[in-house]
Design a protein around this ligand. Structure first.
Ligand code: HEM
Ligand SMILES: *[C@@H]1O[C@H](CO)[C@@H](O)[C@H](O)[C@H]1NC(C)=O
Ligand SMILES: *[C@@H]1O[C@H](CO)[C@@H](O)[C@H](O)[C@H]1NC(C)=O
Length: 327
């Protein structure tokens, strides 16, 4: 009888507490016992890298996005080509564009010294994205952790899932929805373009031949367009760099949204948020008026993006080197 009661209590306790333990796949305290200094170590390497080059914050923030949109946040982006792996680094969105991989290497090697085989490259990407946001003046948030690293990459996923700057508004929204992100996430996360650079090749079409009639994009401010054309010629200069937010290019603030309202968004994918959809236009206005509202939603949307299909439990592995799978 006592035995039965005991078993009953254990079953009840399991049913009551199990959801509390397992409801969230990822949680911020994941490394608190296994690597208590993990978060500090990531922060200090990111801070050093950004002190050396301000743009690095933007580059690291973008890497988390390009990771999460391809097979989930599993550090597939960081794998170099080798054996059967074809690196995502060679995809259209990443080639000659994605950067910051050496910083990931530096963070990983510091973490391997402190606590070997413990902290995943996917979690490092998520932490580095948050730290980059904080260091440039943006909001902070607790990063859910416990992601594991993939044993493969997807070049086609990288080419197809990550929106292109000349995709239509509908295509971009569809690509977000396929990841479980909504229209509010789209606007808030596009606010990342308040920091960082773009190459001429990513927006040239707007300056010369937006719709195949030899004219510039009508929704682009005329004098801003003229200024851009001076360093982004009809041909050549593909790699020339331009600030995504020309007002405060290294500060995480809401000038990105203010610029959009002044028809001074750099990418076509930026400007369509005010020209192609009523709901996104209203969100842009709100975030332009109230940076706190933007910051709050940005943090929420970053956590949501960071939760895209993580590998957990015994799936995947903890890579020793972010560039290659453990063999
Ligand atoms: C909404 C669809 C998006 C499109 C079409 C897009 C497209 C682009 C393009 C074309 C560039 C310039 C790349 C180059 O010319 O080398 C860029 C840069 C950047 N993107 Fe996005 N992006 C989008 C969303 C996002 C999201 C969701 C994030 C982060 C959460 C993000 C973060 C960044 C950052 C920080 C940069 C600057 C990177 C650097 O300076 O190294 N973007 N994006
Ligand atoms: C978008 O840009 C790519 C790369 O430059 C180009 O191949 C493609 O034709 C463009 N698509 C549209 C709809 O303009
Ligand atoms: C603009 O693009 C269209 C279609 O892609 C092309 O036929 C035309 O020659 C281009 N015009 C100019 C002035 O480059």
């Amino acid at each position: 009888m006592a035995h039965q009661t005991m078993s009953f209590l254990i079953v009840v306790a399991t049913l009551v507490f199990a959801p509390l333990c397992f409801a969230h796949n990822l949680y911020p305290q994941f490394y608190d016992h296994s690597c208590p200094k993990a978060k500090e170590i990531v922060y200090s390497v990111v801070a050093q890298a950004v002190a050396k080059e301000a743009r690095m914050a933007a580059s690291l923030l973008r890497l988390h996005f390009h990771d999460c949109f391809v097979k989930g946040c599993d550090a597939s982006l960081l794998l170099d080509s080798s054996g059967s792996i074809v690196s995502e680094k060679g995809s259209n969105p990443n080639r000659n564009s994605a950067r910051g991989f050496e910083v990931l290497d530096a963070i990983k090697s510091a973490l391997e010294k402190e606590c070997p085989n413990t902290v995943s490259c996917a979690d490092i990407l998520a932490l580095a994205a948050r730290d980059s946001t904080v260091i440039t003046g943006g909001p902070s948030w607790e990063v859910p952790l416990g992601r594991r690293d993939s044993k493969g990459a997807s070049l086609s996923g990288s080419n197809n899932n990550i929106p292109a700057p000349n995709n239509t508004f509908q295509t971009i929204l569809t690509k977000f929805k396929l990841q479980g992100l909504d229209i509010v996430d789209l606007v808030a996360l596009s606010g990342s373009h308040t920091i960082g650079n773009s190459r001429c090749t990513s927006f040239r079409q707007r300056l010369y031949n937006q719709s195949g009639n030899g004219l510039a994009d009508m929704t682009l401010d005329k004098s801003y367009a003229a200024q851009l054309r001076s360093r982004c010629p009809r041909s050549g200069g593909d790699q020339n760099l331009f600030f995504l937010d020309f007002v405060s290019p290294t500060k995480f603030d809401n000038y990105y949204f203010k610029n959009l309202l002044a028809s001074k968004g750099l990418l076509n994918s930026d400007q369509v948020l005010v020209t192609k959809n009523q709901q996104t236009m209203e969100l842009v206005k709100k975030y332009a008026e109230n940076s706190e509202l933007f910051f709050e939603q940005f943090a929420k949307s970053m956590i949501k993006m960071g939760n895209i299909s993580p590998l957990i439990g015994s799936s995947g592995e903890i890579r020793k080197n972010c560039r290659k799978i453990n063999s």
